[in-house]
Ligand binder design. Structure first.
Ligand code: AHG
Ligand code: MN
Ligand code: MN
Length: 343
């Protein structure tokens, strides 16, 4: 029988290789894995029990919140706070930083998460996910936590990943030593290493974007789309269009098959052109993963991981995926910015 490596074994091996490791990260990860199992169980039952449908409330971003989002958020906050190794958490669903209560043991880690991504797909049985990003605090652990501890550049992440609730549940993450994928085996209740050292193909063949909004895009994004649809591109044929509308699912497919995911700036309000996706809980973790797999992530002109976050719920344009494809988008953006400067 092929040797089966569980996610816990994998993390313990990683811990052994890090000099001075204290086991804190392992404890955090164990709580994350348990939360993933609990959320996965709820997702699988979503059509059967009364966790389905709207709560009628809106979250801090003004979007409708579904019950399963709230449940996933509650599970993550409750479980992760008990790891004893966090000083703070932040969630897409909460306006402010969530500090760990003084009654609980604390540590030096910070986790930012999107508890349920792709939530518009819950009611129609389409893949959804959980995204996470982990940092270490920079300020003195005995002093008060600073906002800069939570608002760090993506390049400072110590780990990031996602759980995909799909035809099977998968946990895909990086601790900075490549990207590894684990598939949940419900018969033993463990995540088993199924995709070691994932590499994204250098040249993609898929583009993923909500093309319905093309009229609200800038010139350079329209040019990029035209490139992917042209038979004169690097592939010598139009790319396939694939868009699920769950970042985790679209990202996961592109990671394995090769391709580019785009959520460009929307110019509907010309004074405030901005992307939809959130830098801290969506773009940073995906950017860390894609770079670790050999790909690239940019806002058009800047590497996502180099952007200094100004606030927790900041949104950025996002282009992420195979190296050649994202590089091409960045070249188109740079050419357009040179053209504008010349005018
Ligand atoms: P969330 O469900 O966490 O709010 O995120 C939804 C995001 C992301 O998953 C997806 O890529 C994007 O929104 C889809 O947006 P559009 O419906 O505008 O295409
Ligand atoms: Mn999301
Ligand atoms: Mn969400």
């Amino acid at each position: 029988m092929a040797q089966q490596v569980t996610v816990t074994e994998h993390i313990l091996l990683h811990q052994k290789m890090v000099p001075g490791a204290t086991g804190q990260f392992t404890r955090l990860f164990n709580e994350l894995v348990l939360s993933a199992k609990i959320i996965s169980r709820a997702v699988n039952k979503a059509g059967l029990v009364d966790v389905l449908g709207f709560t009628g409330e809106v979250n801090v971003q003004g979007e409708e919140v579904k019950k399963l989002d709230e449940y996933a958020n509650r599970i993550l906050i409750h479980r992760l706070a008990r790891s004893g190794v966090l000083c703070a958490m932040a969630s897409e669903e909460n306006a402010d930083i969530i500090e760990v209560p003084e009654s609980l043991p604390r540590g030096e880690y910070i986790i930012i998460f999107d508890p349920l991504d792709g939530s518009s797909n819950i009611d129609v049985n389409v893949n959804i996910g959980t995204i996470f990003s982990i940092f270490k605090r920079r300020s003195d652990p005995d002093a008060a936590l600073m906002s800069g501890d939570v608002l760090q550049k993506g390049s400072e992440q110590v780990a990031a990943g996602y759980v995909l609730y799909g035809s099977s549940t998968m946990l895909v993450f990086t601790c900075g030593d490549g990207v590894h994928g684990f598939t949940h085996d419900p018969s033993v209740g463990e995540f088993i290493l199924s995709h070691p050292n994932i590499r994204i193909p250098e040249q993609g063949k898929i583009y993923s974007v909500n093309e319905g909004y093309e009229r609200y895009w800038d010139r350079q994004t329209k040019k990029a789309l035209a490139y992917f649809k042209s038979p004169k591109n690097a592939l010598r044929k139009p790319y396939s269009g694939r868009y699920i509308g769950s970042l985790v699912a679209d990202f996961h497919r592109n990671l394995l098959y090769g391709g580019i995911f785009m959520y460009p700036a929307d110019l509907r309000d010309p004074k405030k052109p901005t992307g939809k996706l959130r830098l801290t809980c969506e773009c940073n973790p995906m950017a860390f993963l894609v770079e670790q797999a050999g790909g690239m992530a940019t806002d058009g002109l800047n590497r996502i991981l180099d952007i200094e976050p100004e606030h927790l719920h900041q949104r950025v344009p996002f282009f992420c995926g195979s190296l050649n494809d994202v590089r091409m988008v960045q070249e188109i953006f740079e050419a357009e910015s040179r053209r504008k400067k010349k005018k």
